[in-house]
Design a protein around this ligand. Sequence first.
Ligand code: PEP
Length: 234
Amino acid sequence: MIIASNFKTNHTRKSTKEFVLKVENFVQQNNLDVEVRIYPTATALDKFDVNKTIKVGAQNFYPTYNGSFTGEVGFEQLEEFGVDTVLIGHSERRHVLKESNELTAQKYNFAKEQNLEIVYCVGEPKEVRVAGIDAVMAYVWEQFAGIDLDYKKLVVAYEPVWAIGTGLTASDDDIKEVLQRLREKITKPLLYGGSVKVDNVGDILKIQNCNGVLVGTASWEAEDFCKMIEAAKK
Ligand code: PEP
């Protein structure tokens, strides 16, 4: 099971460090065999001295080692902190920051060349969801254009846009159906994300083909995130 926390634009360097240490202690003390991922802001990245099951990764990067890309972070800067897992294709990057499928695929190929674990996010907006499952899958497969589904360090996160940061979670049946369709072509771990909370994570993790969750808002308190990690153990 993979339990991942996306900080989005939250937490400081100090509170990120405290969060990571609390989670690390919790996982160690309870001897939990859960793969934990934490994606803080770029400014809070650091070489955290954490055990191997916890990875601290990047929410974003520009597909370059270094160069002249004002305001961007390249691989040289991530490498400095030993980052080896990244999010790509998050709905806020696609829809709020208007990142194209082309740039997303470019980032994917670059991260693949660097041998990074990639949590690749896909998901449909509300108007596609109301059109039914075939429309949802057509939209989602489009987001896989140019993406190597056989990459060994690929993790896919199904995150319906309308469920992210809204408090609306997809129904268990909807999640099950999409994951089942994804599983027909993807052998890698499949996560669900979209308003996962402490009180629904247990049920979501029981859904067939669900190998974990990517959590935003409800994961920003270390105690709550630890409860979700514990739920994965059960
Ligand atoms: C996310 O940021 O990937 C996410 C799923 O956010 P939230 O849990 O807030 O919906």
